[in-house]
Design a protein around this ligand. Structure first.
Ligand SMILES: *Cc1c(COP(=O)(O)O)cnc(C)c1O
Length: 372
């Protein structure tokens, strides 16, 4: 990514610079505020799932704001965090690893590993005194897509794995990931209750319970009530575990970073209800293939003035010559939209910079930091 810093607001910057390529605006103040919301509101340790946005700008700001542990899934993510935040602890929560990855991770001094099958526990070798978080999966509704489809042990397997970790001298913890953009606390409630059942049946006291990521970002109105989810998690853990209360950890990605970035795209052409933008699903809007399109946007004319008034549903195409490069949902934009206008999509910080490809010579890769 190519980065610069300006003292300006997006509309003025766009009018002055008239960028013909897509631009991410990064607002460090919003990132710090959101991190504070998690640190102050969540009843345990907050770690950051690096994959949501691995830009060093983000890692650095989170570390400065008091984040002391990061959830990493690959050697490259380990190197990235170490580079920017050398003293941070690393949680290696990708439960399937090659032998070479295990060796590299050891050299990084990983402080927590997740496993979801006995064969991967075997691969870790000596785990005496090491935290091993067994990854539980439930058939669960409420997330935009289902993370349990790939990783995770059933309740019965989780019981066996917890016993196995304890028998090998490891420090047994439990982890789960309810999915992404879970709008209601119910997803966590079901998992926490199952986690308590598993620990009890295994006869194991959990060192920590990691309740994953999956917290919702402000992709659509209203702004999600994160505190209500945090409170419900604390309440459920107290009820389900009683006196054997494990320490809590969470590892949000999306909800921490989404609102700190906006994506400014330019209208290349309009034809009937079709709008052609200078980026699409192969670039900064990549995850919109799987998630519904966000309707949180602001449109500016090329002189920076706000386009208001009545809206019209538009079919939105990206810039590549691939017919898949089209948003699956229509997006409401002002009737007065014109070629050369800028469409500013809000809350685009998660799974955007990380997934932007250079397919066909396009794809957002410029980040402008705006300091108000
Ligand atoms: C992706 C991932 C996260 C972050 O998920 P969000 O929905 O972005 O909060 C957390 N934990 C694990 C294990 C993940 O794979």
């Amino acid at each position: 990514m190519y980065t610069e810093t300006y003292r300006s607001d997006p509309a003025r910057w766009l009018a002055r610079e008239a960028p013909d390529e897509p631009v991410f605006f990064y607002n460090p103040i919003k990132l710090e505020a959101q991190a504070r919301r998690f640190h102050e509101g969540f009843p345990g340790e907050v770690t950051y799932a690096v994959k949501a946005n691995p830009d060093p700008l983000v890692i650095e700001a989170l570390a400065r704001g008091g984040m002391t542990a990061f959830d990493v899934a690959s050697p490259e993510e380990m190197a990235l965090v170490r580079d920017v935040a050398p003293s941070a602890r690393l949680h290696y929560h990708n439960p399937v690893r090659s032998k070479a990855e295990v060796a590299t991770a050891r050299s990084y001094g990983i402080t927590s590993w997740s496993v979801d099958r006995e064969s991967e526990l075997d691969k870790l070798g000596d785990i005496v005194g090491v935290e091993i978080a067994v990854r539980l999966k439930l058939p669960v509704a409420g997330a935009v897509y289902d993370f349990g489809a790939k990783f995770g042990a059933s309740e019965a397997q989780t019981v066996d794995l917890l016993r196995s970790v304890a028998a090998r001298g490891g420090v047994p913890s439990l982890t789960f990931h309810p999915g992404t953009q879970c709008r209601a606390a119910e997803a966590w409630v079901a998992y926490i209750e199952a986690a308590a059942r598993c620990a009890q049946e295994a006869g194991v006291t959990l060192h920590r319970l990691n309740v994953g990521g999956g917290f919702p970002a402000h992709r659509e109105d209203p702004d999600p009530d994160l505190q209500a989810i945090f409170d419900r998690i604390a309440e459920t853990v107290a009820q389900a575990f009683g006196p054997d209360l494990p320490k809590l950890v969470c590892e949000p990605g999306r909800a921490l970073v989404a609102s700190a970035f906006e994506l400014a795209l330019r209208v290349k052409a309009i034809s009937g209800t079709a709008v052609f933008l200078n980026d699409g699903i192969y670039g900064g809007l990549s995850e919109w293939r799987d998630l519904q399109a966000s309707q949180r946007l602001t449109v500016y004319a090329s002189d920076g003035s706000l386009r208001g008034g009545a809206l019209r549903e538009r079919e939105v195409f990206g810039p590549t010559c691939d017919s898949l490069d089209r948003l699956s949902d229509r997006v409401a934009m002002p009737m007065s939209l014109e070629e050369g206008d800028f469409v500013l999509f809000h809350a685009c910080g998660a799974y955007s910079t990380a997934l932007s490809t250079r397919f066909n010579g396009y794809g957002a890769r410029r980040i402008v930091t705006l300091i108000a």
